[in-house]
Design a protein around this ligand. Structure first.
Ligand code: DON
Length: 337
């Protein structure tokens, strides 16, 4: 869809966070409010995930200026799972460009569960968006490299640049998922049958499974989110990871699709782009302000961390992050161009 705005510069729509001490105390409050909430069920469809500690709970915020705030288990590591989809998409979008990424992977929601095969069939083999498994596999297939090892090196290096440290693969999670991911293998084969991927399906699933097995913690997620909030520059390392245009495109995809078939409810309540994963993590991005990372394994029926959603909703409200929440215009508040 050409809307005739390619020659129009994108201006940022951003404000400021409260002072740092206030952010610190609100992060502590977000954690305290949900600490005793035991609702939700830990995922077990990847066998090793069932061993996660349901009591683990961490809330982290990293500002675009680099300041970090945390409460609870912010350094407890877990496999990144589907949250990797957001960052692999950003890296691939950088390589592909705006128009091709739109055409090849898509941005529209399926309204169906993340591992749906029906969604592929209903859409003539199109993977629809990069946050469901079909689109994520199609995205991983587009990672540059002459084979699976080169692609994997690109993904691991890229996600590490987002995190600002070298992320490592959890071999136990990887083995558990590789032994049981028959559905993802079927999805990759179906995409191949529609001519949507031109690499060996088994190799695509292999790289995707490895990317899901990378270990992160809530603080890492906040840094990764802050990089997307900061026009693509990691605020801790100062490294440019992707362009500002890639951040904009990635955040639009997250806003529409980041929390599975609950993405509309998430946007309605929280008003920010985010991405959840079945191991219990959620990354949320407040453009121009901060990244939020939460970790708590018990999930709702759609696969989103219960405490993570609630803690993030509290922070969105109390820190004034909802991108749809405006205030009455006052001339004095107008900034210089
Ligand atoms: O592919 C899978 O089923 C897992 N590696 C990731 C699932 C997940 O986190 C939910 N995805 N949107």
């Amino acid at each position: 869809m050409d809307l005739g705005v390619d020659d129009v510069a994108q201006r940022a729509s951003t404000g400021d966070l409260p002072v740092e001490e206030h952010v610190t105390s609100l992060v502590a409050a977000a954690h305290a409010r949900e600490r005793d909430n035991t609702r939700g069920v830990v995922a077990d469809y990847i066998p090793v995930l069932a061993e996660a500690d349901p009591d683990a709970f961490g809330v982290a915020v990293v500002e675009v200026g680099g300041s970090a705030h945390g409460a609870g288990d912010v350094h407890r590591r877990f496999s990144v799972q589907s949250i990797s989809k957001a960052f692999v998409y950003a890296l691939v979008r950088e390589e592909l460009g705006h128009a091709l990424a739109l055409e090849e992977v898509g941005v529209n929601s399926t309204g169906l569960p993340f591992d749906s095969v029906t969604a592929i069939e209903l859409n003539d083999g199109h993977p629809m968006n990069p946050m469901v498994n079909a689109g994520a596999l199609a995205t991983t297939a587009l990672v540059p490299g002459s084979g699976a090892e080169e692609q994997w090196a690109f993904v691991a290096r890229g996600l590490s640049r987002f995190a600002g440290r070298t992320l490592e693969l959890d071999p136990v999670v990887h083995a558990s998922e590789a032994a049981t991911n028959r559905r993802n293998r079927a999805i990759a084969q179906l995409l191949e049958s529609y001519g949507r991927i031109d690499r060996r399906p088994a190799d695509v699933v292999d790289v995707y499974t490895r990317q899901c097995s990378l270990l992160v913690d809530a603080h890492d997620l906040a840094v990764m989110g802050a990089t997307l909030a900061d026009g693509g520059v990691n605020p801790v390392t100062g490294e440019r990871v992707v362009s500002a245009a890639v951040c904009r495109d990635t955040l639009a995809v997250l806003a529409a699709n980041g929390l599975y078939e609950r993405s509309g409810e998430w946007l309605f309540e929280i008003g920010l782009p985010g991405k959840s994963g079945v191991s219990g993590g959620i990354v949320t991005v407040s453009p121009g302000k901060a990244g939020i990372g939460t970790y708590s394994p018990p999930l709702d029926r759609a696969g989103n961390s219960v405490r993570g959603q609630r803690a993030t909703a509290f922070l969105s409200r109390s820190l004034g992050l909802n991108i749809f929440a405006s205030a009455v215009h006052t001339p004095a508040a107008r900034g210089a161009v």
